[in-house]
Unconditional design. Sequence first.
Length: 370
Amino acid sequence: MDKIRLCCPCHFGLESILKYEIQKIGGTDLRVSDGKISFSGDENILARANLCLSTAERVFIELTEFRASSFEDLFQGVRAAELERYIGEKDAFPVKGYSLNSTLHSVPDCQSIVKKAAAERLKSKYGISWFEETGAVVQIKFSILKDVVSIYLDTSGVGLHKRGYRKNSNAAPIKETLAAGIVDLARVRPDTIVCDPFCGSGTILIEAAFKALKIAPGINRRFAAEKWNCFDQKIWREERSRAIDNVDRSAKFQGFGADIDDAAVALTLDNAHKAGIKSRLKIEQADITSFRQPENSVVICNPPYGERLLELREAEDIYRKMGRVLGKGGDRQSYVISPHEQFEQFFGADASKRRKLYNGMIKCQLYMYF
């Protein structure tokens, strides 16, 4: 198969991290925009992207892009796309998408037009008048932004943040892809000691272990495109073997976690076991005031935010306590994500650097002390 144009969305603020990851796996002709990166690669790169990218939300195939201010424009634009290159005559091809600041603002109507156009294209290519849609699922995604239509195929299926180790989580988990991005910003290496005194469900510590041990985040899950007849199954087996061979079990990484909630401690240990890195972690039930940061270690944490007034005051009190026990540079570094604009004031020190990130829909800052 010829080169494929791919696109990976990511959290706003992590574009530079994802760019480096894509270059590292062999992606070429990168184009970076807010919240996504498009690039070129072959079938191996497509499989490798799904298995190995830690900060990408999904891996899309970019089919086409065109302007549309009428349903006829939309129909003809989709009908011109080479859908048959990926969608077989028995495959299911559901459609979903969104429209923002565009003439075609009704999403259900756009969905219907895209589906009809895709069906007409495939009918003409396969010489059939009706589709069983009993085969593999090839999800068509559309986005319409300021009358520019982009048509994608979703090769991932379930979002890439679903690594497979976190079947359960606590009330306010950090997304795996965001945690992986913060771990990268903290420059975790094979011999790094990482601490999280608010470990919750263990996401930050597990993603740090994956990074240090070079464990591909998607190694224990499956992807939608593995079932597509247009791709050789051998390629997926090759890329899985490649990812397994790349794991560095000799890394000296250690993770130390704590949480005031004993249920969170049990949850972290359970998730770490599922992720295959439990032996690398030491987890205990403890309050932040009893935390003692080891020398030459990095704290990476997502402390309580406090959305209501009473909770906010409690969160601010936690920030004060953090300021007394967390390192602020030198051989004890700290990386804290928080939406509180006055975090530094309560923590008691200005950050060496700040970076705007979004935790879901919550605008945050990553406060970096190094």
